[in-house]
Design a protein. Sequence first.
Length: 168
Amino acid sequence: MRILLTSFTTWMEHQRSNASDDLIQAILERDRFHSDCHLLRQLPVDFELAPKHTIAKINEIQPDITICCGMAESRQRLSLESNGKFQSEILRSRLDLQNLIESTSVTEISHDAGNFVCNYLYYRVLKHLDTLNQQCVFIHVPILTATNEEVIVQDFLRILDRVSVNNP
């Protein structure tokens, strides 16, 4: 099972880091990534460049599943996004999101990926994968703190495990 995992860089002056990349770093420090997990870290927060870089990486490594991650400063939980939207078109993840959040503590399914680069990246990747036999999900990550980091990391690792087991 080949997995591509993406994260963003910051986009506002007050941000010291992006929670999506902080999460990847926390998992790297625990040495808990699957052997065939490829990382595309610190994507630019740019409507054209983020999808361009991600789709190029998808074409290069042909992952079975792409997990795009972005920061959601106002959320307290990991959020698996059910869809990406552009204008009047809505594209949905083909993954069983309910199954993915089983046994998690602080993870929910969201039906609103927002109106910023995260949503547009998700939409463009879903559009690109529409005719391929590859899956995608977007996960919004809350700001990691000393209080929530461990439970967020554990939930994310459970999701990675479920993705690997349930999508051979």
